[in-house]
Design a protein around this ligand. Structure first.
Ligand code: SF4
Length: 338
């Protein structure tokens, strides 16, 4: 592992089998995450991005592959193979923030107890007063009023509940946070506030984010690099600016053409995605995207493209990536002021 890399995802696949039918939810996904970076993972609903995130934190056991992780103490280990004892030791370093702030908090617990819960699980010998103090500090850091911590989650708004979820994830001082659609359930103005908060906390606590979302505008604001998934496969992986200016994969091109631009003088051709996302239990031959791709040739129907390193260093899985020279979008990073 490169010394600046905190996470190396290598050929991770996940299959689910039910009643004799096997679904490939994630197929052969590989990418690296540098320390302090934010990697966005995007794609339509059902593309496997959440399953991938869950495999990385071992909420699902991957069917194949390796996830190399550099621990806080500098040890490199395959997170998918560590035993229970080691897992208990390093679990606190990798936390998850969930999509739905309404259902991810126990309605019978006070906010203080919710934020304290990971401390109790990871540091059972820590005195109660110290736990309370740490939980209160973290609540303040995420913008919650410590005077309200004895209240229950139902007394808080959606944005405040997501702040509670963030405080709970960060109270054990993790290194890596997997944010699974962390702002999708919030209003747009609250989304901006939570994204700005995540960015500020990243700088302050030297955090690394894996940010999973179906919303490209959100991913654009927060990510250093973006991975695009289609039907369980990674089809493009590139620095955010490069990808938004000039996508290489036809699927990325179609997704980006639908992202609204704040400048009314910029007009983008909207590229409609034909048909529905195919059934992952019965994927198409060759390139999984060929039935919806306007550049499809016979080779695309017959042969699956490999994820290759392109001349500019990005990864792309398309037979015609270089020949097509797609995109050329006017691109400007959108503001995220609350
Ligand atoms: Fe389209 Fe062919 Fe590229 Fe697949 S390989 S994205 S079908 S051009």
């Amino acid at each position: 592992m490169n010394k600046d890399t905190i996470l190396e995802v290598k050929n991770v696949s996940k299959r689910f089998t039910s009643k004799g039918v096997t679904v490939k939810a994630v197929t052969d996904v590989s990418f690296n995450v540098g320390k302090g970076e934010t990697i966005g993972i995007v794609g339509e609903s059902g593309c496997g991005k959440t399953t991938l995130g869950r495999c990385i934190v071992r909420a699902h056991e991957a069917s194949e592959g390796e996830v190399w992780y550099r621990t806080e103490s500098g040890e490199e280990l395959d997170f998918l193979k560590v035993d229970k004892k080691k897992m208990k030791e390093i679990r606190k370093e990798i936390q998850m923030i969930f999509q739905d702030p309404y259902s991810s908090l126990d309605p019978r617990m006070t906010v203080l107890d919710i934020i304290k819960e990971p401390l109790q699980a990871n540091y059972p010998k820590m005195p109660k007063a110290e736990m309370d103090a740490l939980a209160k500090q973290m609540a303040e850091k995420v913008g919650l009023n410590p005077a309200y911590l004895m209240r229950y989650p139902h007394a808080f708004s959606g944005g405040q509940r997501q702040r509670i979820g963030i405080a709970r994830a960060l109270v054990v001082k993790p290194q890596l946070i997997v944010c699974d659609e962390a702002v999708s359930a919030l209003d747009v103005s609250i989304q901006a506030q939570v994204i700005n908060l995540l960015r500020d906390l990243q700088k302050e606590m030297n955090l690394t984010y894996l940010f999973i979302s179906h919303d490209l505008s959100v991913v654009e604001h927060i990510s250093d690099k973006v991975g695009v998934m289609y039907l369980g496969r990674l089809v493009e992986f590139a620095p955010t600016e490069d990808m938004f200016k000039k996508p290489m994969h036809p699927y990325t091109e179609a997704l980006l053409s639908a992202v609204p631009v704040a400048d009314p003088t910029i007009k983008r051709e909207r590229i409609p995605l034909m048909g529905e996302i195919p059934n992952p239990a019965n994927p198409p031959s060759g390139c999984y995207f060929h039935e919806r791709c306007r550049y499809c040739t016979q080779k695309c129907v017959d042969e699956a493209p490999e994820l290759k390193t392109m001349p500019d260093g990005r990864l792309c899985a398309c037979h015609r990536a270089e020949e097509l020279s797609l995109g050329g979008f006017d691109y400007e990073v959108q503001g995220t002021e609350a």
